[in-house]
Write a protein that binds this ligand. Structure first.
Ligand SMILES: [Mg+2]
Length: 427
């Protein structure tokens, strides 16, 4: 391998910086340079922080414990506005998709790219151009890492993020020397796909950097941590093991019904929506997917213009990709309460789940540990339903106490998607 050997196929990772905070700042430029955080559904915990907020507040911090810090440091706090983030994400991904035909949307603000047959294109400049275009067009700052494997592209992005001055937000790991240096810098806990549990064990063995990690033997790694960790090691050594994951056959699953009569009663609708959600979650589990968004809609009979007309729909982001009937029912009922209006005859209602990911990816989530018991419970429900007919086992989604309630006290307007809110921006 010559000194400046250029790998034939390279992978890129484009990652928006502090994405949710960046989205909020677009419409409130006065917040630039100030500490800003965005909270999860129900205003539970911090899920996005501006650079100024990072030294003050840890990721995932429970908001109620930090009210004092928020006040003391003048931290601007937003409820998550996923309608806004989803729209800006789509615009960003559309631009990214013009730069390479091979692209995998990895999360709301990250995409893996594949550069096959780009040998004569200077990728650093090419990606800087994309970064500039996205900033000009939609105002979102990006970091881009490029390397011979997905895992190295992710590492390159981490370097670009850590050293914005020197890299200008784009970093290319294209020579053995640069890769070697990067691995000696990269902490094991920051290796893509190595979770907290495994990195804690590695640290106990005094394996601190990626360069230490790749010295461990395949057989040891396989025995101790499983085959996936062996694959990550090979990726770090420059052998591409993980290719782009192409979109799944079904990117959304819907369960909708037109009622024979109509529904006027909230409790009756709530029961229907809970049932639709259980059915949809079972479909998700059957195809081994988890979803990032759930949409609830209700509407009156369009063909009866003699009756009062109303249609309501809402899309909510799950805290993490989920296939759980319990989690999804909670969200669906929250959504239903928000869109429900008394006094209408509802004719049709439904549930849609979208942004599906393979269910196995759930453990990559940073904040919410996958609850294995919960997962086993869902499997039992599926099996019993299969055996004894649909919805023999129902969840207590019909929560009469309303013990929990969607709390989004600090929601910004849906600047880009709701007309009345768009007007707010310009008036
Ligand atoms: Mg990001």
């Amino acid at each position: 391998m010559s000194k400046n050997h250029v790998h034939k196929t390279l992978y890129g990772l484009a990652d928006a910086n502090n994405f949710y905070v960046s989205c909020e700042r677009l419409f409130r430029p006065g917040l630039n340079g100030k500490p800003v955080v965005v909270l999860s559904n129900n205003d539970g915990c911090v899920i996005s922080r501006s650079n100024e907020a990072k030294p003050l507040i840890p990721m995932g911090a429970p908001a109620f414990q930090y009210e004092e810090i928020f006040r003391k440091h003048g931290v601007e706090v937003f409820s998550a506005n996923f309608a806004l983030y989803g729209d800006l994400s789509t615009r960003m991904m559309n631009i990214i998709g013009r730069y390479t035909p091979d692209m995998e949307i990895y999360s709301i603000d990250e995409a893996f790219l594949k550069f096959d047959g780009f040998e004569n294109i200077p990728l650093e400049e090419y990606m800087s151009g994309m970064k500039k275009e996205i900033f000009r067009a939609i105002g979102i700052p990006l970091t881009i890492g490029i390397g011979p494997t997905k895992t190295l592209a992710k590492a390159a992005a981490r370097i670009a993020k850590k050293f914005p001055g020197r890299t200008r937000g784009v970093y290319l790991l294209d020579t053995p020397e640069k890769i070697d240096k990067a691995l000696r810098w990269l902490p094991v806990g920051d290796i893509h796909g190595i979770g907290r549990r495994i990195s804690a064990k590695l640290l106990q063995m005094n394996v601190q950097k990626a360069s230490d990690f790749i010295k461990l033997s395949d057989s040891f790694l396989r025995k101790r941590f499983g085959i996936q960790v062996v694959r990550i090691k090979h990726e770090l050594k420059g052998n591409a093991v993980f290719d782009l994951e192409m979109p799944q056959p079904r990117q959304r699953i819907a369960t909708t019904r037109t009622f024979a009569g109509h529904i006027r009663d909230f409790d009756e609708m709530r029961e229907r929506i809970a049932t639709f959600t259980s059915v949809t979650a079972a479909k998700l589990r059957k195809q081994k997917s988890a979803c990032n968004f759930i949409t609830v809609f209700i509407r009156t009979n369009r063909h009866r213009q003699d009756l009062k007309q109303y249609a309501g729909s809402i899309t909510l982001k799950t805290d993490y990709p989920t296939d759980s009937s319990i989690e999804l029912s909670k969200l669906a009922l929250t959504g239903l309460r928000k869109i429900w209006r008394n006094g209408y005859d509802y004719k049709k209602a439904g549930i849609l789940v979208s942004e599906l990911v393979p269910a196995g990816e759930r453990q990559l989530n940073l904040f919410v540990p996958t609850d294995e018991r919960h997962h086993r419970l869902m499997n039992v429900i599926d099996r019993l339903n299969l055996r004894y007919g649909h919805n023999l086992l129902k969840l207590g989604g019909q929560d009469p106490q309303r013990t929990w309630k969607m709390k989004q006290a600090r929601l910004s307007p849906a600047y880009t998607t709701r007309l009345t809110d768009i007007i707010k921006v310009y008036t």
